[in-house]
Design a protein around this ligand. Structure first.
Ligand code: NAD
Length: 494
C-alpha cells in the first residue's frame, strides 16, 4: 500500500528470541510480520515461537533459579542491572524508533515510554540493593517460651511476564526489572503486535550485560496459546500480567491448578467526576488531551466524563473545541500528539463501539470517523459522545480509542453511583475548586487510584493497582517490590 506519510525513522527490531542465554529463531524457523500502523505496511519479521520454545525458556529459567547464585547474590544483581541501565541509555534512540514503528505512538510523546522506564531500571537496582531482606522482629511470647522471629524476604522463583501492546517497552521493564532485582528469573512473553520492544530488551541483555544464561528469556509468538502455556506451566511460580480483563481471567484459571501467584493489571473504564465548582476551562482541555494522546490506548484514561447538568452544554463546547483542534497525524512529525490506532482490528473495534453508542441514543458531538487528510494509517478522529446512558455498552466496555463519553448528573451522590457502575476499578479523576470536597468524592470512588485537579496519582514511588475486575496486586512503590518476594517468618531461639 502506498504511504502518504514520511517513513523517516521506521526501524525493524531484533528478530530473535532469547532462550537460555542464546539469541535464537523459533525452533521451527517460523516468523511473523510486524506492521507500522501509520502506513499499514509490514516492515519486518520476528520469531514465531511455539509452545515447545516456551517450554525450553521456562526450563532455562527454572535451572537458572535453582542452580545459580542469582537469587542470593544481591550485589551481582545490582551490578547486572546497573549495566543494563547503561546499555539501555546507549540504545535509547534505537528503542524509541522501534517503539514508534511498532505502536505508531507519536515520537513527541515517547518520553514516558522510553526515558522513564530506562530510569526505572536504575530505580529498582538501587531499591533492591538497599532493601532490608532480613528483618528481626524481636522476641515473641509463645506457649513454649520466648521465640525470636526473623522475616526473610525471598524471591518466588520463575516469574512469567506477559505484556500488552499499548506501552510495550515501559511494561516490559515494569513487569520484569523489579522481579529480576528481587532475585527471580524471568520469561517475558511480549504482545503479538509489539514483539520488538521485547526482543530488543533480550538482545541488549544478551550482548551488553553479565546477566547469566536463563535468568532472562524472551519468547515471541503470534499465538495466544504460547502465553497460555506460560501461565499454566507448573515450573512457573508467578505470573505478572498486564492486559485485558478477559485474558486476566484466563490466566487466573490456568494458574489455579498449581496455585500460582498472579499479579494482574487489567482493563479500565475510568470516570472523571467534574464537580459544579470546577474550572472547566482548565480541566476539560486536559481531559480531551488525555483521550487523544496515545490515541486513547491507555488503560488509566478517564474516558467517562460526568458533568453537572447545570454546566453541561458549556462543558461539551469546551471538550468539542479541544478535541477538534488536537494535533493528529504522522507519528514521526514533531508536535503531533495523536497517531493511529495500533491495528485495523483495533480501529474496527473503536468504530463498533462508537456506533453502539449512537445506536443507544448517544449524541455524536464531533468525530466518529476517519480523518479525510489521513487516508492511510489506522487513524480515528477524536470523538465526543454526549447524553450517554451509563448502562449502555459504550459506557460499560473499554473502548481503547480517542473517544470520550459524557453523561450529565444532578447530584454528587448520583455522579459517584455512575462512576462506580462498571465491573472495572482502575483509575479515576475528580475536578473541583474545593479540594477537600473533591478528596471526599475521590475516597468514595470504587477504584484503585484517583487524580484530583490533574495531579497525577501515577509514579514509580507510589503503589498502583486496580480494584474490581481491573486487577489484583500492585506495581510501583514498596508494595510493587514486595509482590516479587515471599516473606518467610523464621522462629528461632533468643
Ligand atoms: P490482551 O489481553 O489481548 O493481551 C495481552 C497479552 O496477553 C498479550 O501478550 C497476549 O499475547 C497475551 N495473551 C492472550 N491470550 C492469552 C492467554 N489465554 N493466556 C496468556 N496470555 C495470553 O491485551 P492487549 O489487547 O494486548 O492490551 C490492551 C489491554 O491491556 C486493555 O484492556 C488495557 O486496559 C490493558 N492494560 C492495562 C494496564 C494496567 O496497568 N491495568 C496497562 C496497559 C494495558
Amino acid at each position: 500500500m502506498t504511504s502518504v506519510q514520511t517513513e523517516t525513522g521506521i526501524l525493524a527490531g531484533e528478530q530473535r528470541m532469547l532462550i537460555d542465554g542464546e539469541l535464537q529463531p523459533a525452533a521451527s524457523g517460523a516468523t511473523f510480520g510486524v506492521e507500522h500502523p501509520a502506513n499499514e505496511t509490514v516492515v519486518g519479521d520476528v520469531a514465531d515461537g511455539s509452545v515447545h520454545d516456551m517450554e525450553r525458556a521456562v526450563g532455562a529459567a527454572r535451572r537458572a533459579f535453582d542452580e545459580t547464585d542469582w537469587s542470593r547474590d544481591t550485589d551481582f544483581r545490582f551490578h547486572c542491572l546497573t549495566q543494563l541501565h547503561e546499555a539501555l541509555q546507549r540504545n535509547q534512540e534505537r528503542l524509541r524508533r522501534i517503539l514508534v514503528t511498532e505502536v505508531g505512538c507519536p515520537i513527541s510523546v515517547t518520553g514516558s515510554q522510553i526515558e522513564s522506564p530506562i530510569d526505572e531500571v536504575r530505580h529498582w537496582a538501587e531499591y533492591g540493593r538497599d532493601f532490608d531482606y532480613l528483618v528481626d522482629t524481636g522476641l515473641h511470647d509463645t506457649p513454649l517460651g520466648p521465640a525470636r522471629r526473623k522475616l526473610h524476604h525471598e524471591p518466588l522463583g520463575v516469574v512469567g511476564a506477559i505484556t500488552p501492546w499499548n506501552v510495550p517497552f515501559y511494561l516490559n521493564i515494569a513487569e520484569t526489572i523489579p522481579a529480576l532485582m528481587a532475585g527471580n528469573t524471568v520469561v517475558l512473553k511480549p504482545a503479538q503486535l509489539t514483539p520488538w520492544s521485547g526482543t530488543e530488551l533480550g538482545r541488549i541483555i544478551a550482548e551488553e550485560t553479565d546477566i547469566p544464561a536463563g535468568v532472562f528469556n524472551v519468547v515471541t509468538s503470534n499465538a495466544n496459546e504460547v502465553g497460555a502455556a506460560l501461565s499454566a506451566d507448573p515450573r512457573v511460580d508467578m505470573i505478572t500480567f498486564t492486559g485485558s480483563t478477559a485474558t486476566g481471567r484466563a490466566i487466573l484459571a490456568a494458574g489455579a491448578a498449581t496455585v500460582k501467584k498472579n499479579l494482574l493489571e487489567l482493563g479500565g473504564k475510568s470516570a472523571h467526576i467534574v464537580l459544579d465548582d470546577a474550572d472547566l476551562s482548565a480541566c476539560l482541555p486536559l481531559a480531551a488531551m488525555m483521550a487523544c494522546v496515545m490515541s486513547g490506548q491507555s488503560c488509566i484514561l478517564p474516558s467517562r466524563i460526568l458533568l453537572p447538568r447545570s454546566r453541561y452544554e458549556d462543558g461539551l463546547a469546551i471538550l468539542k473545541a479541544s478535541m477538534e483542534g488536537f494535533p493528529m497525524g504522522d507519528p514521526w512529525t514533531p508536535g503531533v500528539m495523536q497517531g493511529p490506532q495500533i491495528s485495523a482490528a483495533q480501529r474496527c473495534k473503536v468504530f463498533g463501539l462508537i456506533e453502539a453508542g449512537t445506536d443507544s441514543g448517544a449524541r455524536l458531538v464531533t468525530g466518529g470517523g476517519m480523518p479525510e487528510n489521513l487516508p492511510v494509517g489506522y487513524y480515528v478522529q477524536p470523538t465526543l459522545l454526549a447524553d450517554v446512558d451509563p448502562n449502555s455498552v459504550v459506557a460499560q466496555e473499554e473502548i481503547f480509542g480517542p473517544v470520550l463519553t459524557v453523561t450529565p448528573y444532578d447530584s454528587v451522590d448520583e455522579a459517584i453511583a455512575i462512576a462506580n457502575n462498571t465491573i472495572y476499578g482502575l483509575s479515576g479523576e475528580v475536578s473541583g475548586a474545593d479540594v477537600e470536597r473533591a478528596f471526599s468524592v475521590a475516597t468514595r470512588m470504587r477504584t484503585g487510584n484517583v487524580t484530583i485537579n490533574g495531579k497525577s496519582h501515577f509514579g514509580i514511588d507510589s503503589p498502583f493497582g486496580g480494584t474490581g475486575q481491573s486487577g489484583l496486586g500492585y506495581r510501583n512503590g514498596a508494595p510493587g517490590y514486595l509482590e516479587y518476594l515471599h516473606i518467610k517468618t523464621i522462629g528461632m531461639p533468643e
